[in-house]
Design a protein around this ligand. Structure first.
Ligand SMILES: Nc1nc2c(ncn2[C@@H]2O[C@H](COP(=O)(O)OP(=O)(O)OP(=O)(O)O)[C@@H](O)[C@H]2O)c(=O)[nH]1
Ligand SMILES: [Mg+2]
Length: 197
């Protein structure tokens, strides 16, 4: 698959969001779960800034993507939740992400969850919130390379029972799941139904 991509804008508010109405696929998840890393892995270049410390992405970053000669769409990398600089308390989505996610051009949401920690409350709260939207959602369990075999089985089961929707394990280290995720993203942006495996 031929992937071409370019960074378009870092939005600080709704006024900065693109107005061309291309479909958008958003990456949502806790700070440090690996959203920006996954953008880079999918786009096969270092366009998004990543960090070992949480709270790196602060704005809504739009990447315009074209696959082969198909119609372009945006991959949208969002700031994470669950992290507040200088504070120990968990933080919700925040106004910026809330104003973003209600856009009608958002055709699908990838909720990223650290595969090592399937049951976190913050992720379930986020899930309940995005679930109010009638768009398609997929759970992406990240950092699959860090799982032992036993954890892989147990955590997959736990995620399946908590989140009744399509689930994929990915790793930017091993490349696991990336090809399959591309196929799902193409379906999402084209509004094709995705069934749980
Ligand atoms: N081992 C491993 N590490 C990963 C993987 N994906 C991301 N990471 C690491 O996780 C850390 C956080 O990655 P980011 O992509 O910056 O996380 P983020 O979700 O964008 O975080 P915020 O911007 O703070 O919301 C970095 O140190 C990455 O190298 C993975 O698949 N495997
Ligand atoms: Mg980030």
């Amino acid at each position: 698959m031929n992937v071409s991509a370019e960074f378009v804008t870092s939005a600080t508010g709704p006024g900065d969001f693109p107005k061309d109405r291309l479909p958008e696929i958003a990456l949502v998840g806790r700070s440090n779960v690996g959203k920006s890393s996954l953008v880079n892995a999918l786009l096969r270049r270092s366009v998004a800034r990543t960090s070992a410390a949480p709270g790196k992405t602060r704005l809504v970053n739009f990447y315009r993507v074209q696959l082969n000669r198909q119609k372009a769409f945006y991959l949208v990398d969002l700031p994470g939740y669950g992290y507040a600089r200088g504070k120990k308390t968990a933080e919700g989505f925040g106004d910026l992400v809330e104003s973003y996610i209600t856009r009608t051009t958002v055709k699908g949401v990838l909720l990223l969850i650290d595969a090592r920690h399937p049951g976190l409350e913050a992720d379930q709260v986020a899930w309940n919130w995005i679930n109010e939207k009638t768009i398609q959602k997929i759970i992406i369990a990240t950092k699959a390379d860090k799982l032992t075999r036993a954890m892989r089985v147990r955590h997959t089961k736990e995620l399946e029972s908590l989140y009744k929707c399509p689930l994929r394990l990915v790793s930017i280290q091993s490349g696991e799941g990336l090809e399959g995720l591309w196929k799902l993203i193409v379906k999402l942006k084209n509004l094709k139904e995705i069934k749980a495996q």
